[in-house]
Design a protein around this ligand. Structure first.
Ligand SMILES: [Zn+2]
Length: 202
């Protein structure tokens, strides 16, 4: 049970070459920078391996001033220098974890953001680099489609269930009103007869 409220999923690059970057190295760099632990929650390498490196309950150190309600996902590589492009495997793994996190924490796909878009004033960054940035709209669109495909049957089912419940509720209410009215009518009739014993029974 994660008690932290998650509102944003923040995508990063490691800003370091694919060939020489490992999860262990990123952890080491972050320790050396004085972070209490690794800054991101997930690190994805070029083969598509996704390592969960930090508990969701723990605030990361990945987007200054906005760690409180976010989860950080880092794709290994330097996508700013125009040298590297994210691999298909890395993009697919990123998409898969974004779908999973959106569904688990009820984060709408439009709250998947890049580090640069989510950075507060004075903390400008080019992360996750233009070659990953250019993949973001496609990535978010695919996440949106996948989530919708998972939700549709459930929503239709729920709508039908709601309709049935509403009709049932209306019928129950109508029966209740009829019972009250007929009770009231027979009460008035009885009263009428007791006040005017000679009156014709109507
Ligand atoms: Zn970043």
């Amino acid at each position: 049970m994660v008690t932290r409220k998650i509102n944003y999923l923040v995508v990063h690059h490691s800003g370091s070459p694919v060939a020489t970057t490992t999860v262990a190295k990123i952890k080491k760099w972050h320790r050396e920078r004085g972070f209490p632990t690794v800054g991101y929650h997930h690190i994805i390498d070029s083969s598509g391996t996704n390592s969960k490196v930090l508990s969701y309950d723990t605030e990361g150190c990945h987007v200054y001033g906005k760690n409180k309600d976010s989860i950080g996902i880092c794709v290994i590589g330097d996508y700013q220098k125009d040298i590297e492009k994210p691999t298909k495997a890395a993009l697919e793994a990123t998409e898969a974890i974004l779908v999973k996190l959106c569904e688990r924490f009820d984060v709408p796909p439009w709250c998947i953001v890049t580090h640069s878009a989510h950075a507060i004033s004075g903390h400008h960054t080019l992360c996750p680099g233009k070659n990953l940035m250019s993949e973001m709209s496609g990535l978010i669109a695919r996440v949106t489609t996948t989530i919708a495909s998972h939700r549709e049957p459930m929503d239709i089912h729920k709508e039908i269930a709601d309709d049935v419940e509403e009709v049932f509720h209306r019928r129950t209410l109508w029966t209740h009103i009829k019972n009250v009215l007929s009770g009231l009518i027979s009460f008035i009739k009885k009263k009428w007869k007791s006040v005017f014993p000679g009156a014709k029974n109507t």
